[in-house]
Design a binder for this molecule. Structure first.
Ligand code: ADP
Ligand code: AMP
Length: 218
């Protein structure tokens, strides 16, 4: 059912494992990996106007305005290669914008994978998440450590802990997820493209579950 022109949305609360799985799936299926969180952190690190605009929203765990993230996604979508979207759409309005962007390329969303994890898991995973300052690959001190402490396996970059992974901000991000992002599930359920996966197990197990639901016709 999926090929390298498919558009797959990985959906779920912060810490569900979207970034981890998106990177693996993009490699396995030869798709682009588009993470709005990674793109925004890159703008922040480079001190661009967009980064300056996004900074206060990100630090407080609020959503960056829809038009800003939509513009970044539009710039990344390709006409002849599909993508794994990670962290976008996060509001029903963003989902509608995505539909328009894809319609301009004569495609639609192939599948939305809802990754289900308990709040306790989110808090536990994010409190020990470290990400690469260069390529943004996520690691976890307990479940997915790098081979050499503090150094990215993939590119040798320095690992750091995200400001917004502090417990107070994680609670705020979970609240924002419930209030503004969860309604997107219903939007895609109605469109008939939603599949759900229990995402508590080890990384490889979750990958296999996702590939399995993606290989079934919806
Ligand atoms: P998201 O992109 O949804 O915020 P990440 O992919 O960054 O989530 O994962 C959050 C944290 O949990 C990271 O530290 C990551 O290494 C870890 N992680 C991801 N998937 C799993 C898993 N299946 N089991 C245990 N830890 C995981
Ligand atoms: P993430 O890396 O996906 O956890 O995103 C980190 C932060 O970036 C979020 O808490 C938001 O402030 C912002 N962000 C990322 N993606 C979006 C989006 N699609 N819409 C609005 N804000 C976003």
């Amino acid at each position: 059912m999926v090929d390298n022109t498919s558009v797959i949305v990985l959906f779920g609360p912060p810490g569900a494992g979207k970034g981890t799985q998106a990177e693996i799936l993009a490699r396995r299926l030869n798709l682009l990996h588009i993470s709005t969180g990674d793109l925004l952190r890159d703008e922040l690190a480079r001190g661009t106007e967009l980064g300056k605009l996004a900074k206060s929203y990100m630090e407080s765990g609020e959503l960056v305005p829809d038009e800003v993230v939509a513009r970044m996604v539009a710039a990344k979508l390709s006409k002849n290669r599909g993508a794994v979207l990670d962290g976008f759409p996060r509001t029903v309005n963003q989902a509608e914008i995505l539909q328009t962007l894809l319609a301009e390329r004569n495609v639609g969303v192939t599948a939305v994978v809802e990754m289900q994890v308990a709040d306790e898991t989110v808090v536990r995973r994010l409190s020990s998440r470290y990400i690469c300052s260069v390529c943004q690959t996520p690691y976890n001190l307990t479940t997915n450590p790098p081979k050499v402490e503090g150094v990215c396996d993939r590119c040798g970059g320095r690992l750091y802990q995200r400001e917004d992974d502090r417990p107070e901000t994680v609670m705020r991000r979970l609240r924002v997820y419930r209030e503004q992002t969860e309604p997107v599930v219903e939007y895609y359920r109605r469109k008939g493209v939603l599949v759900s996966v229990e995402a508590e197990g080890p990384v490889e197990e979750v990958t296999e579950k996702i590939l399995s639901v993606l290989s079934d016709p919806l």
